[in-house]
Design a protein around this ligand. Structure first.
Ligand SMILES: *[C@@H]1O[C@H](CO)[C@@H](O)[C@H](O)[C@H]1NC(C)=O
Ligand SMILES: *[C@@H]1O[C@H](CO)[C@@H](O)[C@H](O)[C@H]1NC(C)=O
Ligand SMILES: *[C@@H]1O[C@H](CO)[C@@H](O)[C@H](O)[C@H]1NC(C)=O
Ligand SMILES: *[C@@H]1O[C@H](CO)[C@@H](O)[C@H](O)[C@H]1NC(C)=O
Length: 249
């Protein structure tokens, strides 16, 4: 890949999330790591916990419904897209309709292969952007939204098992998300070149005619954001829960 975004997650990202819990919340199923049908059990578990996690669980998980990231900074594009953008209060709707199709824990290898699908995701927020798009200057700030159908995400995740005071815990090592953006069914970017309607129209046309390229270019950055979210929200939230309670023998 010849393009590289530097991405920061800033602000008070998940700062209300204290990670104090030392066991799974009541109502959470457990899957035995010696069960030959462990993957089926884990996939079933993702459905069983849905009602609990939609609204979030204090000290454990933020709400999935209208999941909001306060600030995402994207910069240093090289290639067709070259810009610096700040995305503010990015709300993702539809995450709660997740459907896990893989949740494989390779116990011996200490690796997870997870695949999750979303029938559609709706994204909205505010943006501030300057840069270049296919050599044309681009500048603006305002509201954006997008509607994506058939989005899926695979995550390869490895852990280490660390022993603290005689108890084993999982310690996240590597998280590699890969996303597949199905189809953008609708999008909008309001506020480009507020002072120049012609430039705005021209830029909107460039975006419209190059939507696939733009999304393609942005994927590595989106994957990084997603990886950070998985690390900070999901994988880190269980690091204080003993291995034997998470995945009993
Ligand atoms: C999520 O946002 C929608 C639309 O803005 C709203 O109708 C709904 O009540 C919100 N849900 C929660 C849990 O805040
Ligand atoms: C982002 O959301 C926070 C909390 O809801 C709000 O205080 C802030 O004004 C929002 N920022 C923008 C730029 O809309
Ligand atoms: C086992 O782990 C190694 C390194 O983490 C990885 O490259 C390999 O693909 C894994 N094997 C399986 C079967 O997942
Ligand atoms: C997004 O698109 C889907 C169909 O592709 C539609 O059902 C849904 O209502 C749309 N969401 C919004 C917020 O426009």
């Amino acid at each position: 890949m010849n393009h590289q975004f530097v991405m920061f997650l800033l602000g008070i990202l998940f700062s209300t999330h204290i990670m104090a819990i030392t066991d799974l919340p009541p109502g959470f199923p457990r899957c035995k790591r010696t069960d030959p049908k462990m993957e089926e059990c884990l996939i079933a578990a993702t459905n069983q916990v849905r009602p609990y996690i939609i609204g979030g669980i204090p000290d454990f998980l933020p709400p999935l419904e209208n999941f909001t990231v306060p600030k995402i900074t994207l910069e240093d594009g090289k290639g067709a897209l070259n810009f610096k953008a700040e995305l503010i209060n990015v709300t993702l709707m539809g995450l709660e309709k997740y459907k896990f199709t893989r949740y494989n824990f390779d116990v011996a290898n200490k690796s997870f292969l997870i695949k999750v699908e979303f029938s559609h995701l709706y994204l909205k927020g505010k943006y501030v952007m300057t840069g270049q798009l296919l050599l044309a200057p681009i500048k603006g700030d305002g509201d954006f939204h997008g509607n994506i159908s058939k989005c899926s995400c695979s995550i390869y995740h490895t852990v280490d098992i660390v022993n603290k005071h005689g108890i084993d815990y999982l310690k996240p090592q590597l998280t590699t998300p890969k996303i597949d953006i199905g189809k953008i069914t609708d999008y909008g970017l309001v506020g480009l070149f507020k002072e120049n309607k012609d430039l705005e129209r021209a830029t909107q046309n460039i975006i419209k005619n190059n939507l696939n390229v733009i999304v393609e270019e942005m994927l590595p950055a989106i994957e990084k954001v997603l990886g950070a979210i998985f690390d900070k929200v999901i994988f880190k939230s269980v690091t204080k829960i003993p291995y034997n309670k998470l995945y009993p023998e």
